[in-house]
Design a protein around this ligand. Sequence first.
Ligand code: ADP
Ligand code: MG
Ligand code: ZN
Length: 741
Amino acid sequence: MFSKEQILKQYFGYTGFREGQEALIDHIVHGDDVLGIMPTGAGKSLCFQVPAMLSDGITIVVSPLISLMKDQVQSLVANGIPAAYINSSLSVNQTHKAIENARNGRYKIIYVAPERLDVDDFVSFARSAGITMVTVDEAHCVSQWGQDFRPSYLKITEFIDKLPKRPVISAFTATATREVKEDIVKILRLNRPFIAATGFDRENLYFEVQKPKDKYRAVIDYLKRNPDKSGIIYCATRKAVEQVCEDLQNDRYNATRYHAGLSESERAANQDDFLYDRKTIMVATNAFGMGIDKSNVNFVIHYNMPKNIESYYQEAGRAGRDGTNADCVLLYGGQDVITNQFLIDHTSEQNDLDSETLELIKEKERERLKQVTYYCHTMDCLRSYILRYFGDQSSNYCGNCSNCRQNFETVDILDDSKKILSCICRMRERYGIQMLIDTLRGSRNERIQTLHLDQLSTYGIMKEVPQSRIREIIQYLVLNEYILLTNTEFPVAKLGAKYKELLNSDQPILMKVMTKLEREQKEAKSGNLKAKQYYGEIDQQLFTKLKALRFQIAEESRVPSFVVFSDATLLDMCRKKPTEKDGLLAVSGVGEVKFQRYGERFLKIISEHGAAAAGAALPASADSAPSVEEICESVRRSFVPSEKAVPVSILADMLNSLLLQKGDYKITAIKLANFFMEKGLLQMETAEGRNNRVATALGKEHGIVTVEKTNSAGNTYRQNFYHRQAQQYAANHIEEWIGGA
Ligand code: ADP
Ligand code: MG
Ligand code: ZN
């Protein structure tokens, strides 16, 4: 018999429980009903999945959303846990088959939609099988007080009554006010339940409010500063969604859109594109997100202020579910208040409530609107504002929101700016910001030494300046066009249009920076997980390679990337760089089954990467760095095409993993696709209002195939795959990408 710790490690690959999990699991195993109230991303699923594995019976999980079930079951199966779902997305035959398998004891965990609970053959199966637990996920759906009341949730107790023996009942939700909590206990008839409520805080989320003159510019600024990240931009109206998405696409961002006015097929296709990382930015109304469990969302930007804090926290909370750092940025404009007021005033049309109740509801909503408006104007800690709103105690300082960071002092940064600019110059405008900072601070980092950046006269000239301060100054210089960041996947710092002006100036440049105390508090806080995860010690090249492998595996097994491994797991691999089995198993998120399925392939990449870093033919000194021609020649020589046809993003990653060994050149998938267009190997085709790049006759000759694929909603879309010959074609023309830049 396994212990709960063994299950946790063996199947989920984790070494420790998070807050709340252990107590809930223990109570369930002991036979108690439980109610777990934990914020999104806290890890509620594990609280019923671990006991399910410890029990000798079957666990039925009631879940409101079909898409959620699919993701969760895919994740379980990927971890080697026998699970299935039964809902209306299955055909009659598939349903029969699933129930037959269930009867034969093939599954430990079965997800069902609440509507299934009074269907005859399901009930008859349940009565004859040993059901030891019924789990109600998103349990707030039983309450009319909640935002998402589902009448079919009321069938749950009827179903339980039909079972020969009452199973343990466990309920979980992220949002429960006092009324909702009481409803859950009462309506589900929980028997003296153990209730665990962990705090609402999501430490890994950074909160920010901006009041920009031009919201679109603010978005672009954010995206430029965070080029590798993927996220959601919420807009208040369909029109805004279309406008923002179109503008982003015109500005060559990899964006897609979602709102209730689109055809069902477009919605499904776009959602899949985002889920499977084919598109990195989702522009959407609040219709998007319910039932999206994507764990690697790096940011959520609100283009408009939402109507209340509940919606805001729910939507913003879709960022950073896997525990890595993520940003929640709200772009406030005065018009947002007016729009929301208008919406409240005009709710009457869709409601058949009596006028008095309606007035009361409106009153409540106006109050909530006021609270979210205050949020946008408060000078206090944003996190503690939210936590207090939900009734959590909280100190008025978190160090990880825009207000906490805003206890400014004003300093003259002229001298430091000159040092930074001349370092960029000495580094010949070829490296990214982290290299720049490391050089300025005199880091002993291996890469700095092998590239001989430690021989530059600017090496170590800002030794005594903290990293976060240098980063702030660089940001200032970028915004004021003294530094130009290239619009590539890994941006390179170059001298901006106005740099000479600054170098020749003796006027002070005043910038607001965090006070010393503030910074120290913040850095002390970020000592554990924070801040280091995206910057600092992470080996970005290895991260890119691991992501490429993950994508390849996801494609092969037809699941979203995050089902294979989360970003948090890949980052942990970059940190630990394991070389053998035990090392890889020690990485958070790698369990026995995943190790067996993918372990060797990940180990191989890591060890090859180590060898390349150690033995790469690096230039003798930074001053004799290889020329563009040499780099291209070496990429052409060392490129090994894949036997398997690959999608464009993988092809880009394959080329990048070579390019990045030679310097900081980088190409993007979009650039690559545009190149194939220019060469006449691809052409644009419009079908059902969607633009697709498809292979031309010439493209087919060169080994590009266009494949029709079907997404989960049964709609078709097109994707191009590049065979050996096409891959080699891209490598042979390498200089056309980096274009002597
Ligand atoms: P929610 O509470 O929103 O349902 P999930 O159950 O979807 O959250 O979990 C969110 C993420 O946290 C998942 O990627 C999950 O694998 C991860 N997770 C859960 N428990 C742990 C743990 N003990 N250690 C590390 N990661 C965990
Ligand atoms: Mg959940
Ligand atoms: Zn704060």
